[in-house]
Design a binder for this molecule. Structure first.
Ligand SMILES: [Zn+2]
Length: 537
């Protein structure tokens, strides 16, 4: 049964009225909780569909907000003329009855309506969040970071010896400082150590990309770890309100590991469930038992859960945070369509204390954590700055790291700054990440970036993961298939579908790879959900 326009024509006041008279469980939403503070939005519903008792409700709605009013309750008395339509989006929420709809609907909307990162950045910088207004803050913090690194780190003492004391006088001048490369840390991590050894709280060994790179050792002080938990805590405000159950499928056994830091960062009242990935079956069983509100994990693991035959257990989730790897858009859409939840994206790396950028779920790209980092996009060969909207290598300077300070660090990641304001209304700059420069297959038709292969393969709605084996000037592909119910599920059909998708990649020059399809449940026994390139010897 489909009801059209049940809320059509109702303004913010009416929505507020309806939500205030609703009763029943307020899943993930409290009238007096922090969400109320970040509610500068309302929805005007264009269509509502009721699939039936216990099903899912799909709403397509225009989001309206009053720019800049993060801390005001915009539901109260704002004249309708200041409400701006900012974007069309859809969401799916559980619904038990028609009466329960508004409650559930508001519950879903509230965490998405504000952007706590903007508020956090304002607190840290004292400046509004536009790039121009943050320039004085960044210049001052970069000077402090340079002074500290030059005084405490042997590597930077040598590097900065030829620069004048007041360097840099501008952000443009900062662009003259040589880059720091991952290989520099791998070669001699002790040259970077900038705190006394007995104050190092944690040492992390991170892999250097490529098969031959030495691992990098990165040192964190107690202050660094505390900054990370602070950052995680602010980021999670977007996803999980008080009382939320958050399942974390990240490594977390060791104290101060990334999973453990995330557990520490969750505010009192949240329930963290650390569940390191041990295969789709056990994790989905745990989700079914615990019914978490939010799931945090790497994209390739989460999609393999969402598309698994038992994946419907994840329909209890309100939000998912993808992290630790490149996030293809097709994969993100696959999770949304399987679970009907909000999907957030995080960008960061071990060397930056895991921080960098976080999406708001409304717009493309991820909002930069400008209070803790200074980002540049440069041409990967010339090192020249790339203007906003252009693609280049992401260069990051963490402004606060003490243990292993880094100045103009080459991430090896391909990205761009998205021009303009986000549909959420925030002026915080947004960055789109397009994978790693080094992750590509050298084929007769040119380099095929793994990011492009990801986008192509994850657009197959039954694909749960894949592995690539490099073979001379071609490659072999092993694909894990979770056929959709009611669809033809034989290996021959799925291979044909895969070949049709791959045929659009120009680098293949029409020469398709050897494709092996592993169908569930056999697939689980033979392949991990992570996408990998295995080079033949
Ligand atoms: Zn946004």
């Amino acid at each position: 049964m489909c009801h059209r326009g049940s809320l059509n024509g109702r303004g913010p006041r009416n929505l507020r009225k309806r939500s205030s008279i609703s009763s029943g469980p307020l899943h993930g939403w409290r009238p007096d909780g922090p969400c109320r503070r970040t509610q500068p939005a309302a929805v005007m519903c264009s269509e509502t569909c009721f699939p039936g008792e216990g099903g899912s409700l799909l709403l397509q709605a225009w989001l309206f907000r009053t720019p800049g009013l993060w801390t005001q309750n915009a539901f109260s008395g704002a004249p309708s003329s200041v409400w701006e339509p900012t974007g069309l989006f859809s969401l799916s929420v559980p619904v038990r009855s028609r009466r329960g709809m508004d409650v559930a609907f508001m519950a879903k909307m509230s965490p998405e309506c504000g952007n706590p990162l903007e508020e956090w950045t304002l607190r840290k910088t004292g400046s509004p969040c536009g790039p121009d207004s943050l320039a004085p803050f960044h210049l001052q913090r970069l000077r402090a970071a340079i002074e500290r690194a030059g005084r405490t780190s042997p590597f930077y003492r040598k590097l900065l010896a030829s620069f004048p004391p007041l360097f840099p006088r501008s952000l443009e001048e900062y662009g003259r400082l040589p880059f720091t490369c991952p290989g520099d840390i791998a070669e001699d991590p002790m040259e970077f150590l900038a705190v006394p050894q007995d104050t190092v709280a944690r040492i992390v060994t991170a892999r250097t990309s490529g098969t031959s790179g030495n691992p990098k050792r990165v040192f964190f002080s107690g202050g660094d770890l505390s900054d990370t938990t602070d950052m995680f805590s602010e980021g999670m405000r977007n996803l999980a309100g008080d009382g939320s159950k958050v399942m974390i499928i990240l490594p977390g056994k060791r104290p101060e590991s990334v999973g453990d830091l995330l557990v520490q960062s969750l505010r009192a009242g949240s329930v963290p469930l650390l569940c390191p990935f041990s295969g789709e079956g056990p994790v989905l069983k745990k989700i079914d038992e615990e019914r978490p509100d939010c799931l945090v994990g790497p994209p390739s693991w989460v999609i393999s859960l969402a598309r698994h035959p038992l994946g419907k257990a994840g329909k209890c989730l309100s939000s998912v945070l993808l992290c630790s790897d490149f996030i293809p858009e097709s994969l993100e859409l696959g999770i949304k369509s399987s679970w009907g939840c909000s999907v957030y994206r995080h960008y960061g790396m071990t060397e930056t204390g895991y921080g960098g950028a976080l999406s708001c779920s409304l717009g493309p790209g991820m909002h930069l954590m400008e209070g803790s980092f200074y980002f540049e996009i440069v041409h990967p060969e010339t090192g020249d700055p790339v203007p906003e909207g252009g693609e280049g290598e992401i260069i990051v300077t963490p402004l606060l790291l003490e243990g292993t300070p880094l100045l103009r660090y080459r991430t090896g990641d391909r990205g761009m700054i998205i021009p303009g304001k986000c549909p959420c209304g925030s002026s915080l700059r947004r960055m789109k990440v397009r994978g790693r420069y080094s992750n590509g297959l050298d084929l007769p038709g040119g380099i095929l970036p793994l990011a492009d292969l990801d986008e192509t393969l994850f657009s197959l709605p039954w694909l749960g993961g894949y592995e690539v084996r490099r073979e001379h000037d071609s490659f072999a592909l092993t694909v894990k298939g979770y056929p959709l119910p009611g669809e033809r599920a034989d290996v021959y059909t799925l291979r044909n579908e895969t070949e049709r998708k791959l045929a659009f990649l120009p680098q293949l020059n029409g020469s398709l790879p050897e494709i092996t399809i592993l169908l569930h449940p056999d697939g689980e026994q033979h392949i991990l959900p992570a996408k990998r390139i295995v080079y033949s010897s």
